[in-house]
Design a protein around this ligand. Structure first.
Ligand SMILES: Cc1cc2nc3c(=O)[nH]c(=O)nc-3n(C[C@H](O)[C@H](O)[C@H](O)COP(=O)(O)OP(=O)(O)OC[C@H]3O[C@@H](n4cnc5c(N)ncnc54)[C@H](O)[C@@H]3O)c2cc1C
Length: 381
Protein backbone atom coordinates (compact mmCIF):
# COMPACT_ATOMS: atom_id res chain seq x y z
CA UNK A 1 0.00 0.00 0.00
CA UNK A 2 1.24 3.48 -0.74
CA UNK A 3 1.04 4.42 2.95
CA UNK A 4 3.15 1.59 4.37
CA UNK A 5 6.01 3.04 6.41
CA UNK A 6 9.54 1.64 6.79
CA UNK A 7 8.36 0.23 10.14
CA UNK A 8 5.48 -1.59 8.41
CA UNK A 9 7.87 -3.00 5.80
CA UNK A 10 10.23 -4.18 8.50
CA UNK A 11 7.46 -5.91 10.47
CA UNK A 12 6.30 -7.63 7.27
CA UNK A 13 9.83 -8.80 6.50
CA UNK A 14 10.57 -10.12 9.99
CA UNK A 15 7.17 -11.88 10.26
CA UNK A 16 7.61 -13.44 6.83
CA UNK A 17 11.08 -14.71 7.76
CA UNK A 18 9.73 -16.17 11.01
CA UNK A 19 6.78 -17.79 9.22
CA UNK A 20 8.94 -19.32 6.50
CA UNK A 21 11.75 -20.54 8.74
CA UNK A 22 9.81 -21.63 11.86
CA UNK A 23 6.16 -22.27 10.94
CA UNK A 24 6.42 -23.64 7.39
CA UNK A 25 8.41 -26.80 8.23
CA UNK A 26 5.93 -27.84 10.92
CA UNK A 27 2.47 -26.86 9.76
CA UNK A 28 1.59 -30.06 7.88
CA UNK A 29 2.37 -32.17 10.95
CA UNK A 30 0.53 -29.87 13.37
CA UNK A 31 -2.46 -29.70 11.01
CA UNK A 32 -2.54 -33.50 10.76
CA UNK A 33 -2.22 -34.08 14.52
CA UNK A 34 -4.15 -30.99 15.72
CA UNK A 35 -0.99 -30.08 17.62
CA UNK A 36 0.16 -26.74 18.95
CA UNK A 37 3.64 -25.35 19.54
CA UNK A 38 3.74 -23.05 22.55
CA UNK A 39 7.25 -21.94 21.81
CA UNK A 40 5.99 -19.99 18.77
CA UNK A 41 4.67 -17.37 21.17
CA UNK A 42 8.02 -16.84 22.83
CA UNK A 43 9.63 -16.44 19.42
CA UNK A 44 6.97 -13.96 18.29
CA UNK A 45 7.53 -12.07 21.55
CA UNK A 46 11.19 -11.69 20.66
CA UNK A 47 10.13 -10.09 17.38
CA UNK A 48 7.96 -7.60 19.29
CA UNK A 49 4.76 -9.00 17.81
CA UNK A 50 2.73 -9.86 20.93
CA UNK A 51 2.15 -6.31 22.12
CA UNK A 52 1.93 -4.83 18.65
CA UNK A 53 -0.95 -2.45 19.52
CA UNK A 54 0.13 -1.78 23.11
CA UNK A 55 1.80 1.49 24.25
CA UNK A 56 5.51 1.22 25.01
CA UNK A 57 4.98 2.13 28.68
CA UNK A 58 3.32 -1.30 29.09
CA UNK A 59 6.02 -3.14 27.15
CA UNK A 60 4.33 -3.08 23.75
CA UNK A 61 5.70 -2.00 20.39
CA UNK A 62 2.71 0.31 19.69
CA UNK A 63 2.70 -0.15 15.92
CA UNK A 64 -1.06 -0.09 15.44
CA UNK A 65 -3.76 -1.80 13.43
CA UNK A 66 -1.99 -1.66 10.04
CA UNK A 67 1.06 -3.43 11.48
CA UNK A 68 -1.14 -6.00 13.25
CA UNK A 69 -2.96 -6.70 9.97
CA UNK A 70 0.37 -7.13 8.18
CA UNK A 71 1.49 -9.74 10.74
CA UNK A 72 -1.84 -11.58 10.32
CA UNK A 73 -1.32 -11.64 6.55
CA UNK A 74 2.23 -12.95 6.76
CA UNK A 75 1.42 -15.62 9.36
CA UNK A 76 -1.81 -16.48 7.53
CA UNK A 77 0.04 -17.02 4.24
CA UNK A 78 2.01 -19.87 5.82
CA UNK A 79 0.06 -21.15 8.82
CA UNK A 80 -3.42 -19.68 9.31
CA UNK A 81 -3.87 -21.65 12.54
CA UNK A 82 -1.00 -19.89 14.26
CA UNK A 83 -2.30 -16.61 12.84
CA UNK A 84 -5.67 -17.32 14.49
CA UNK A 85 -4.15 -18.21 17.87
CA UNK A 86 -1.95 -15.11 17.58
CA UNK A 87 -5.05 -12.99 16.87
CA UNK A 88 -6.88 -14.40 19.91
CA UNK A 89 -3.90 -13.64 22.11
CA UNK A 90 -2.70 -10.33 20.70
CA UNK A 91 -5.95 -8.62 19.74
CA UNK A 92 -8.68 -10.38 21.74
CA UNK A 93 -6.76 -10.59 25.00
CA UNK A 94 -3.77 -8.23 24.98
CA UNK A 95 -5.28 -5.36 22.97
CA UNK A 96 -8.64 -5.58 24.74
CA UNK A 97 -6.95 -5.42 28.11
CA UNK A 98 -4.61 -2.61 27.07
CA UNK A 99 -7.60 -0.63 25.79
CA UNK A 100 -10.06 -1.24 28.61
CA UNK A 101 -8.11 -2.43 31.66
CA UNK A 102 -7.01 -0.42 34.70
CA UNK A 103 -3.40 0.55 35.22
CA UNK A 104 -3.05 -2.19 37.87
CA UNK A 105 -4.56 -4.85 35.55
CA UNK A 106 -2.25 -3.85 32.71
CA UNK A 107 0.78 -3.97 34.99
CA UNK A 108 -0.23 -7.40 36.28
CA UNK A 109 -1.14 -9.10 33.00
CA UNK A 110 0.53 -7.37 30.07
CA UNK A 111 4.21 -8.12 30.80
CA UNK A 112 3.65 -11.90 31.00
CA UNK A 113 1.41 -11.83 27.92
CA UNK A 114 3.72 -9.68 25.83
CA UNK A 115 6.72 -11.85 26.72
CA UNK A 116 4.88 -14.99 25.61
CA UNK A 117 5.03 -16.54 29.06
CA UNK A 118 1.23 -16.54 29.22
CA UNK A 119 -1.14 -17.19 26.35
CA UNK A 120 -4.50 -15.48 26.44
CA UNK A 121 -7.90 -15.65 24.78
CA UNK A 122 -11.33 -14.04 24.82
CA UNK A 123 -14.58 -15.77 25.77
CA UNK A 124 -17.85 -14.36 24.48
CA UNK A 125 -19.60 -17.23 22.67
CA UNK A 126 -21.64 -19.83 24.56
CA UNK A 127 -23.32 -23.08 23.54
CA UNK A 128 -26.66 -21.25 23.26
CA UNK A 129 -25.40 -17.76 22.35
CA UNK A 130 -23.38 -17.43 19.14
CA UNK A 131 -24.52 -14.75 16.70
CA UNK A 132 -26.96 -13.59 19.36
CA UNK A 133 -24.15 -12.82 21.82
CA UNK A 134 -26.46 -10.81 24.08
CA UNK A 135 -28.29 -14.04 24.87
CA UNK A 136 -25.26 -15.11 26.94
CA UNK A 137 -26.14 -16.80 30.23
CA UNK A 138 -22.80 -16.89 32.02
CA UNK A 139 -23.29 -14.72 35.07
CA UNK A 140 -21.31 -13.25 37.91
CA UNK A 141 -22.53 -12.17 41.33
CA UNK A 142 -20.49 -10.09 43.74
CA UNK A 143 -19.78 -11.70 47.14
CA UNK A 144 -17.55 -9.50 49.28
CA UNK A 145 -14.18 -9.02 47.64
CA UNK A 146 -14.87 -11.47 44.81
CA UNK A 147 -17.28 -12.35 42.03
CA UNK A 148 -18.74 -15.84 41.71
CA UNK A 149 -18.81 -16.73 38.03
CA UNK A 150 -20.97 -19.52 36.56
CA UNK A 151 -21.51 -20.64 32.98
CA UNK A 152 -19.94 -22.28 29.94
CA UNK A 153 -18.14 -20.64 27.05
CA UNK A 154 -17.90 -22.38 23.69
CA UNK A 155 -15.58 -22.26 20.64
CA UNK A 156 -12.86 -20.40 22.53
CA UNK A 157 -9.58 -20.06 20.65
CA UNK A 158 -6.57 -20.93 22.83
CA UNK A 159 -8.74 -22.83 25.30
CA UNK A 160 -7.07 -26.02 26.51
CA UNK A 161 -3.58 -24.50 26.68
CA UNK A 162 -4.40 -20.87 27.52
CA UNK A 163 -3.33 -19.23 30.79
CA UNK A 164 -5.68 -16.28 31.06
CA UNK A 165 -8.99 -15.25 29.50
CA UNK A 166 -10.97 -12.07 28.94
CA UNK A 167 -14.45 -13.32 29.86
CA UNK A 168 -17.80 -11.64 29.31
CA UNK A 169 -20.62 -12.44 31.75
CA UNK A 170 -23.98 -11.09 32.77
CA UNK A 171 -24.12 -9.08 36.01
CA UNK A 172 -27.75 -7.98 35.98
CA UNK A 173 -31.23 -8.75 34.68
CA UNK A 174 -31.13 -6.37 31.69
CA UNK A 175 -30.05 -7.69 28.27
CA UNK A 176 -27.17 -5.22 28.18
CA UNK A 177 -25.91 -5.82 31.74
CA UNK A 178 -22.65 -7.36 30.64
CA UNK A 179 -19.33 -7.15 32.47
CA UNK A 180 -15.82 -8.34 31.74
CA UNK A 181 -13.56 -10.41 34.00
CA UNK A 182 -9.94 -11.46 33.72
CA UNK A 183 -9.81 -15.13 34.66
CA UNK A 184 -6.59 -17.04 35.26
CA UNK A 185 -6.51 -20.75 34.56
CA UNK A 186 -5.83 -21.61 38.22
CA UNK A 187 -8.74 -19.68 39.72
CA UNK A 188 -10.86 -22.05 41.87
CA UNK A 189 -13.94 -23.26 39.99
CA UNK A 190 -12.50 -22.73 36.50
CA UNK A 191 -11.64 -25.62 34.22
CA UNK A 192 -11.16 -26.35 30.55
CA UNK A 193 -13.89 -28.39 28.88
CA UNK A 194 -13.48 -30.49 25.78
CA UNK A 195 -11.21 -29.63 22.89
CA UNK A 196 -13.13 -29.50 19.60
CA UNK A 197 -12.01 -31.45 16.54
CA UNK A 198 -12.20 -29.21 13.48
CA UNK A 199 -12.05 -29.35 9.68
CA UNK A 200 -9.65 -26.41 9.45
CA UNK A 201 -7.51 -24.20 11.67
CA UNK A 202 -6.55 -27.52 13.20
CA UNK A 203 -3.29 -26.27 14.73
CA UNK A 204 -5.19 -23.61 16.68
CA UNK A 205 -6.87 -25.20 19.71
CA UNK A 206 -10.57 -24.42 20.15
CA UNK A 207 -12.59 -25.54 23.15
CA UNK A 208 -14.93 -24.97 26.05
CA UNK A 209 -14.32 -23.03 29.24
CA UNK A 210 -16.36 -24.09 32.27
CA UNK A 211 -17.01 -21.89 35.29
CA UNK A 212 -18.58 -23.55 38.35
CA UNK A 213 -18.74 -21.10 41.22
CA UNK A 214 -15.47 -19.75 39.92
CA UNK A 215 -13.95 -17.22 42.31
CA UNK A 216 -12.71 -14.10 40.57
CA UNK A 217 -11.12 -11.33 42.69
CA UNK A 218 -13.19 -8.13 42.44
CA UNK A 219 -10.14 -6.25 41.15
CA UNK A 220 -10.31 -8.45 38.02
CA UNK A 221 -13.51 -6.76 36.88
CA UNK A 222 -12.55 -4.73 33.78
CA UNK A 223 -14.11 -1.24 33.79
CA UNK A 224 -17.40 -0.72 35.59
CA UNK A 225 -19.92 -3.43 36.37
CA UNK A 226 -22.56 -3.75 33.63
CA UNK A 227 -20.70 -1.40 31.30
CA UNK A 228 -18.98 -3.79 28.88
CA UNK A 229 -21.30 -3.76 25.88
CA UNK A 230 -19.59 -0.74 24.29
CA UNK A 231 -16.13 -2.29 24.80
CA UNK A 232 -17.31 -5.63 23.48
CA UNK A 233 -18.55 -4.09 20.23
CA UNK A 234 -15.47 -1.91 19.75
CA UNK A 235 -13.20 -4.89 20.38
CA UNK A 236 -15.07 -6.78 17.66
CA UNK A 237 -14.43 -3.94 15.20
CA UNK A 238 -10.63 -4.11 15.45
CA UNK A 239 -10.86 -7.92 15.49
CA UNK A 240 -12.73 -7.88 12.16
CA UNK A 241 -10.21 -5.60 10.48
CA UNK A 242 -7.12 -7.45 11.70
CA UNK A 243 -8.53 -10.96 11.17
CA UNK A 244 -9.09 -9.96 7.54
CA UNK A 245 -5.30 -10.03 7.24
CA UNK A 246 -5.51 -13.82 7.65
CA UNK A 247 -7.91 -13.99 4.69
CA UNK A 248 -5.44 -11.95 2.65
CA UNK A 249 -2.60 -14.29 3.57
CA UNK A 250 -4.54 -17.42 2.64
CA UNK A 251 -5.62 -15.91 -0.69
CA UNK A 252 -2.11 -14.74 -1.58
CA UNK A 253 -0.64 -18.16 -0.78
CA UNK A 254 -3.38 -19.81 -2.86
CA UNK A 255 -2.60 -17.65 -5.90
CA UNK A 256 1.13 -18.27 -5.52
CA UNK A 257 0.61 -22.03 -5.29
CA UNK A 258 -1.64 -21.96 -8.37
CA UNK A 259 0.84 -19.93 -10.42
CA UNK A 260 3.74 -22.22 -9.52
CA UNK A 261 1.80 -25.36 -10.32
CA UNK A 262 0.35 -23.99 -13.57
CA UNK A 263 3.85 -23.26 -14.88
CA UNK A 264 5.13 -26.74 -13.98
CA UNK A 265 2.20 -28.98 -14.92
CA UNK A 266 2.11 -30.01 -18.57
CA UNK A 267 -0.99 -31.36 -20.33
CA UNK A 268 -1.65 -31.64 -24.08
CA UNK A 269 2.04 -30.89 -24.61
CA UNK A 270 2.14 -27.52 -22.89
CA UNK A 271 2.08 -25.97 -19.41
CA UNK A 272 -1.50 -25.61 -18.17
CA UNK A 273 -0.63 -21.92 -17.54
CA UNK A 274 -1.16 -21.47 -21.28
CA UNK A 275 -4.82 -22.46 -21.06
CA UNK A 276 -6.99 -19.38 -20.80
CA UNK A 277 -9.47 -20.99 -18.39
CA UNK A 278 -6.58 -21.63 -15.99
CA UNK A 279 -5.31 -18.07 -16.51
CA UNK A 280 -8.77 -16.73 -15.76
CA UNK A 281 -9.00 -18.47 -12.37
CA UNK A 282 -5.56 -17.26 -11.35
CA UNK A 283 -5.94 -13.71 -12.65
CA UNK A 284 -9.37 -13.30 -11.04
CA UNK A 285 -7.89 -14.59 -7.78
CA UNK A 286 -4.99 -12.17 -7.90
CA UNK A 287 -7.22 -9.19 -8.69
CA UNK A 288 -9.67 -10.15 -5.92
CA UNK A 289 -6.79 -10.48 -3.44
CA UNK A 290 -5.37 -7.08 -4.39
CA UNK A 291 -8.77 -5.38 -4.23
CA UNK A 292 -9.42 -6.87 -0.78
CA UNK A 293 -5.96 -5.88 0.41
CA UNK A 294 -6.59 -2.27 -0.58
CA UNK A 295 -9.94 -2.32 1.25
CA UNK A 296 -8.64 -4.04 4.40
CA UNK A 297 -5.48 -1.94 4.79
CA UNK A 298 -7.42 1.25 4.13
CA UNK A 299 -9.74 0.32 7.01
CA UNK A 300 -6.74 -0.44 9.25
CA UNK A 301 -5.17 2.90 8.34
CA UNK A 302 -8.42 4.74 9.11
CA UNK A 303 -8.53 2.95 12.48
CA UNK A 304 -4.95 4.01 13.27
CA UNK A 305 -5.69 7.61 12.33
CA UNK A 306 -8.83 7.73 14.46
CA UNK A 307 -10.96 8.53 11.43
CA UNK A 308 -13.73 6.08 12.36
CA UNK A 309 -16.47 6.88 14.84
CA UNK A 310 -18.29 3.95 16.52
CA UNK A 311 -20.83 3.65 13.71
CA UNK A 312 -18.18 3.94 11.00
CA UNK A 313 -15.92 1.28 12.47
CA UNK A 314 -18.83 -1.13 12.99
CA UNK A 315 -19.92 -0.90 9.35
CA UNK A 316 -16.44 -0.86 7.82
CA UNK A 317 -15.18 -3.71 10.03
CA UNK A 318 -18.17 -5.80 8.99
CA UNK A 319 -17.75 -5.04 5.28
CA UNK A 320 -14.00 -5.66 5.03
CA UNK A 321 -14.29 -8.94 6.89
CA UNK A 322 -17.24 -10.07 4.76
CA UNK A 323 -15.52 -9.24 1.47
CA UNK A 324 -12.08 -10.60 2.38
CA UNK A 325 -13.39 -13.85 3.93
CA UNK A 326 -15.59 -14.71 0.94
CA UNK A 327 -12.72 -13.81 -1.36
CA UNK A 328 -10.28 -16.11 0.49
CA UNK A 329 -12.60 -19.13 0.31
CA UNK A 330 -13.26 -18.59 -3.40
CA UNK A 331 -9.58 -18.06 -4.26
CA UNK A 332 -8.54 -21.14 -2.26
CA UNK A 333 -11.24 -23.25 -3.95
CA UNK A 334 -10.07 -22.07 -7.37
CA UNK A 335 -6.48 -22.93 -6.46
CA UNK A 336 -7.64 -26.51 -5.80
CA UNK A 337 -9.28 -26.48 -9.24
CA UNK A 338 -6.06 -25.28 -10.90
CA UNK A 339 -4.16 -28.15 -9.28
CA UNK A 340 -6.80 -30.67 -10.34
CA UNK A 341 -6.53 -34.07 -8.60
CA UNK A 342 -3.35 -33.09 -6.79
CA UNK A 343 -5.14 -30.05 -5.38
CA UNK A 344 -7.57 -32.39 -3.66
CA UNK A 345 -4.79 -34.30 -1.91
CA UNK A 346 -2.55 -33.50 1.01
CA UNK A 347 0.48 -33.53 -1.30
CA UNK A 348 -0.11 -29.80 -1.78
CA UNK A 349 -1.22 -27.16 0.76
CA UNK A 350 -4.18 -25.73 -1.17
CA UNK A 351 -6.73 -28.08 0.44
CA UNK A 352 -5.57 -26.79 3.85
CA UNK A 353 -5.90 -23.23 2.62
CA UNK A 354 -9.53 -23.91 1.70
CA UNK A 355 -10.32 -25.61 5.05
CA UNK A 356 -8.73 -22.73 6.94
CA UNK A 357 -10.37 -20.05 4.79
CA UNK A 358 -13.86 -21.34 5.56
CA UNK A 359 -13.45 -20.37 9.22
CA UNK A 360 -13.00 -16.77 8.14
CA UNK A 361 -16.67 -16.78 7.05
CA UNK A 362 -17.80 -17.92 10.53
CA UNK A 363 -15.55 -16.66 13.34
CA UNK A 364 -15.74 -13.02 14.51
CA UNK A 365 -19.25 -12.78 13.03
CA UNK A 366 -20.70 -14.99 10.31
CA UNK A 367 -21.19 -13.61 6.80
CA UNK A 368 -24.90 -13.40 7.55
CA UNK A 369 -24.49 -11.40 10.77
CA UNK A 370 -22.08 -9.02 9.05
CA UNK A 371 -24.71 -8.43 6.36
CA UNK A 372 -27.26 -7.79 9.12
CA UNK A 373 -24.95 -5.09 10.55
CA UNK A 374 -24.54 -3.40 7.17
CA UNK A 375 -28.24 -3.73 6.36
CA UNK A 376 -29.05 -1.98 9.65
CA UNK A 377 -26.78 0.85 8.53
CA UNK A 378 -28.68 1.11 5.26
CA UNK A 379 -32.23 0.56 6.42
CA UNK A 380 -32.20 1.28 10.16
CA UNK A 381 -32.90 -1.25 12.91
C1 LIG B 1 -12.52 -22.08 15.12
C2 LIG B 1 -13.39 -21.11 15.87
C3 LIG B 1 -12.79 -20.21 16.74
C4 LIG B 1 -13.58 -19.34 17.50
N1 LIG B 1 -12.99 -18.52 18.44
C5 LIG B 1 -13.78 -17.81 19.29
C6 LIG B 1 -13.19 -17.11 20.40
O1 LIG B 1 -11.96 -17.10 20.57
N2 LIG B 1 -14.02 -16.46 21.27
C7 LIG B 1 -15.38 -16.45 21.11
O2 LIG B 1 -16.06 -15.86 21.93
N3 LIG B 1 -15.96 -17.10 20.05
C8 LIG B 1 -15.19 -17.79 19.15
N4 LIG B 1 -15.77 -18.48 18.10
C9 LIG B 1 -17.21 -18.45 17.96
C10 LIG B 1 -17.72 -17.74 16.71
O3 LIG B 1 -17.59 -16.37 16.86
C11 LIG B 1 -19.16 -18.22 16.49
O4 LIG B 1 -19.07 -19.53 16.00
C12 LIG B 1 -19.94 -17.34 15.55
O5 LIG B 1 -20.18 -16.10 16.11
C13 LIG B 1 -21.27 -17.98 15.13
O6 LIG B 1 -21.99 -18.44 16.25
P1 LIG B 1 -22.58 -19.94 16.23
O7 LIG B 1 -21.47 -20.83 15.81
O8 LIG B 1 -23.24 -20.20 17.51
O9 LIG B 1 -23.63 -19.96 15.05
P2 LIG B 1 -25.19 -19.48 15.12
O10 LIG B 1 -25.28 -18.12 15.69
O11 LIG B 1 -26.00 -20.55 15.75
O12 LIG B 1 -25.51 -19.43 13.58
C14 LIG B 1 -25.89 -20.58 12.79
C15 LIG B 1 -26.28 -20.05 11.41
O13 LIG B 1 -27.40 -19.15 11.51
C16 LIG B 1 -27.08 -17.91 10.91
N5 LIG B 1 -27.76 -16.83 11.63
C17 LIG B 1 -27.80 -16.60 12.97
N6 LIG B 1 -28.48 -15.48 13.24
C18 LIG B 1 -28.89 -14.98 12.04
C19 LIG B 1 -29.65 -13.83 11.65
N7 LIG B 1 -30.13 -12.94 12.53
N8 LIG B 1 -29.88 -13.65 10.33
C20 LIG B 1 -29.39 -14.54 9.41
N9 LIG B 1 -28.68 -15.63 9.72
C21 LIG B 1 -28.43 -15.85 11.02
C22 LIG B 1 -25.56 -17.82 11.04
O14 LIG B 1 -25.01 -16.88 10.11
C23 LIG B 1 -25.16 -19.25 10.75
O15 LIG B 1 -25.16 -19.46 9.36
C24 LIG B 1 -14.99 -19.33 17.32
C25 LIG B 1 -15.57 -20.20 16.40
C26 LIG B 1 -14.80 -21.11 15.70
C27 LIG B 1 -15.47 -22.06 14.75
Amino acid sequence: MWFFTDEHKLVRQSTEEFAQSVLAPKIDHLDETEGFDRDYFRQMAELGLLGITVPEEYGGTDMGCVAATITMEELGAVDASTALSYLAHTILFVNNLATNGSDAQKKRYLPKSISGEWIGGMAMTEPGAGSDALAMRANAVRRGDRYILNGTKMFITNAVMGDVFYVYARTGEGKKDISTFIVEKDFPGFRMGRKLKKMGMRASPTGELIFENCEVPAENLVGREGDSLKHMLKNLDIERITISGISLGIARASVQAAVKYAKERTQFGKPIAEFQMIQRMIVDGLAAYEASAAYVYNAAKMWDEGRLDARGSRGLGAKVKLVSARMATKVALDAIQVLGGYGYTKEFPVERYMRDAKLMEIGAGTNEMLRVIVARELFGD
